[in-house]
Every structure is written in structure tokens, then in C-alpha cells.
Design a protein around this ligand. Structure first.
Ligand SMILES: [Zn+2]
Length: 376
């Protein structure tokens, strides 16, 4: 009960537009003022909430002290390994990015141990920088361009990885040995990052206004991540759909030309041979058409109302848009009834590592009692 109420109080403060008083939190949660006060004391002592000065006095009576999430408490370490870069970021409890580092280097010549050792050094430096800022890294999550099951990277075709224990490799770095580390598919994590920014979890300082507000269908979308390979994350009613074994979203290996170019996966004519980052650099109109063909099949099958283009697609969204929409209009049965909404990802190329860091922060926000026990 206490664990549930701690989470409820933290959630109420996190979702308030201005720092609420203890009385306001009691009003919003239905808990008594005495209960809220005791819970707030624990959250303040545990470094999750801070008390902030009240706004200037406007009427009679003494204004109450407000409550806010702390920006010097627990933080999430988001990591990403992709075909042509390594990246690390640190996100604090309020959702603000406090540290970000991207190292561009082709990972294909490296074996998994070399690549993960290099990422481990980046992660250790990020943790050190975060701790110098007064943050406590609560855990790390790694985004990979491949299929993940049971904590193992089962296959990542563009990295030529098979059955790689990336978590063990990262925890072998002395500076990371004590951290909980998880691994997930990069498009899934990017889709979760996108959901957090556009799908209603407020209190994100990086929330961009305008076109990223997708309206009533903001909680159902297909996120397409364009890198050297192409992945997708399907979010339905605010929940990530992972597939029966956790392997859904491999849109990069949907066939767009049956007798087309050979793919690293062993098949031919896969989408990523026409719309992956390297093909995109050669022929943008062809990439847009290929994307439109593959996405039409997804929309016809799943009735997904919104497609979000992320990764390398986000910065060139404006030039890809018309070519993709032309295919959707021509190929989606229902396009005359309800056109598919196409938009650029709100977080751009950082979505996967941001989504990864967010999973750590979300863990703390959803179970502050566990964090308080850990840090006691
Ligand atoms: Zn393929």
C-alpha cells in the first residue's frame, strides 16, 4: 500500500503543470493530508522530490511550498550501438537530457567484443559526467539494431552479430559492474521514446509543440527507424506490440521487389536494400517509393492510423513525404476514407537512446519504493 501511494504521489507531482502543494496533492489523490505529508517527506529524503519556493503572494494567507521532481536524483543511462555510431545519453527524473555523446565510427569491421568495449568506455564516461552533476545513475538500457530474446542479441544482420551477451559485456566494464543493465531492439525503444514525448507523459522539457501533437490517434502509431537497416516499433493504444516472441517490427526485411537486390539477411529485394541509409543517399525517390509500398502493406493489414518516420528519415522528412504519400494513396484500400497521417519523429535521431534512458526513469517513477530501498 505504501509503495502504491508513493508512486501515486510521485506521479501526481510529475504530471502537474506547476509545483503543487501537499494539500493539492492530497486533493488530487484522495489521500489524507497527513498521509501525503509522510509520503512526501520520504520522497524528499530519498532525493526524488524537492520543495520549491511558493509563487509570489497574491492574496491573504501564507502561500504553500510547492513540490517538484528533483533534477539531482536518479538518472537513466541510455546507450545505443548501431552500424555507424555508438551513443550514450543521461536523462534525469524530470526527463531532461543532461549528457549526450555520439561517436561516429563504422562498427561492421569490429567484432562484438571490440564494439561493446568501446561503448562501455563511452558509458563509463557518461556515468562519471552525470555523477559530477550530482546525479545517481539508476541503471542502463542498450538499444541494438537486432532481435533480442532472453537478454541476448540473437541476431543483428547489419552488425553480423549472433547470440551476443551484450549485457554481460557492458557489466564487465569496472565502472558499470554494479549497474542494472537491460537490452532491447532500437526501434522498440525509439517507439517508446516517441510515445513518451507525444503520447501524453507530461513534464518533458524537450516536448516539442505543434506538429508532433498527433491528437486522438497519438497513442497508436508505427514508428519506422531508418538507419543502415530499417526497424519498426508498433504502438497500439499506448502499448508497444512486440510480437509473440518479441521479434515483430522487422519491416526492413519486407520484400518490395521479389527478384531484387540480395540482402544481408539472406533474402532478396528487402526494403532496406532500397530505403536503408546507404540506398537513400543514392536515390531518394526510389527510397520513398519503396517505403510507401512496404508501409501500404502494414496499413492494409493492421489499420494503423499514424506513421512516424525516425532515425535518418526524420531530418529529410519533407523530401520523402510526397513520394511515400503517393504510394499510400494508391495502395491503401481505405485511403479515401481516412488518409494515413505521416509525420517526422519528435526526437529525431536520438530517439532510441532517449527511449532507452526513459525506460530506466520510468522504472523509478513507477516504483519509487524500490529506489528508496536501494538508495537507503
Ligand atoms: Zn533482408
Amino acid at each position: 500500500m505504501r509503495a502504491h501511494n508513493l508512486a501515486l504521489v510521485l506521479h501526481t507531482v510529475a504530471n502537474s503543470t506547476s509545483p503543487p502543494s501537499r494539500a493539492a496533492v492530497a486533493g488530487a489523490t484522495g489521500l489524507t493530508r497527513a498521509t501525503v505529508s509522510a509520503l512526501v517527506d520520504d520522497l524528499v529524503a530519498g532525493g526524488l522530490l524537492i520543495e520549491v519556493d511558493p509563487p509570489p503572494r497574491t492574496g491573504a494567507g501564507r502561500p504553500a511550498v510547492g513540490l517538484a521532481l528533483t533534477s539531482t536524483g536518479p538518472a537513466g543511462l541510455g546507450l545505443e550501438i548501431n552500424v555507424d555510431y555508438l551513443a550514450a545519453c543521461v536523462v534525469d527524473l524530470t526527463g531532461a537530457v543532461r549528457h549526450r555523446h555520439v561517436e561516429h565510427a563504422d562498427q561492421r569491421p569490429a567484432d562484438p567484443a571490440q564494439a561493446l568495449a568501446a561503448l562501455g568506455r563511452l558509458a563509463a564516461a557518461a556515468r562519471l559526467a552525470a555523477e559530477a552533476d550530482g546525479l545517481v545513475v539508476a541503471g542502463a538500457a542498450l538499444a541494438v539494431p537486432g532481435l533480442v530474446a532472453g537478454g541476448l542479441v540473437r541476431v543483428a544482420p547489419n552488425l553480423a552479430w549472433q547470440d551476443v551477451d551484450a549485457v554481460a559485456a557492458l557489466r564487465a566494464v569496472p565502472e558499470l559492474a554494479d549497474l542494472p543493465v537491460t537490452v532491447d531492439n532500437e526501434a522498440n525503444l525509439a517507439a517508446l521514446g516517441e510515445l513518451r514525448v507525444t503520447g501524453g507523459l507530461s513534464n518533458d522539457r524537450d516536448r516539442s509543440p505543434g506538429p508532433t501533437d498527433a491528437g486522438p490517434s497519438g497513442n497508436s502509431f508505427l514508428y519506422v527507424s531508418g538507419e543502415i537497416g530499417i526497424g519498426a516499433g508498433l504502438v497500439i493504444d499506448g502499448e508497444l506490440y512486440r510480437g509473440v516472441r518479441g521479434w515483430s517490427g522487422e519491416i526492413g526485411h519486407v520484400t518490395v521487389y521479389p527478384d531484387g537486390r540480395p540482402c544481408r539477411c539472406g533474402s532478396r529485394g528487402c526494403l532496406e536494400q532500397y530505403a536503408g541509409q546507404e540506398a537513400l543517399a543514392v536515390d531518394e525517390p526510389l527510397a520513398a517509393a519503396a517505403l510507401g509500398i512496404a508501409l501500404s502493406a502494414v496499413v492494409n493489414l493492421l489499420d494503423v492510423p499514424v506513421i512516424v518516420l525516425g532515425g535518418a528519415y526524420a531530418p529529410i522528412f519533407a523530401t520523402l513525404r510526397e513520394g511515400i504519400e503517393a504510394e499510400l494513396r494508391a495502395r491503401v484500400l481505405t485511403s479515401g476514407l481516412a488518409p494515413v497521417t505521416l509525420r517526422a519523429a519528435a526526437l529525431g535521431p536520438d530517439a532510441a537512446m532517449r527511449g532507452a534512458a526513459d525506460t530506466i526513469i520510468r522504472g523509478v517513477r513507477e516504483d519509487p519504493a524500490a529506489w528508496l530501498r536501494r538508495s537507503a
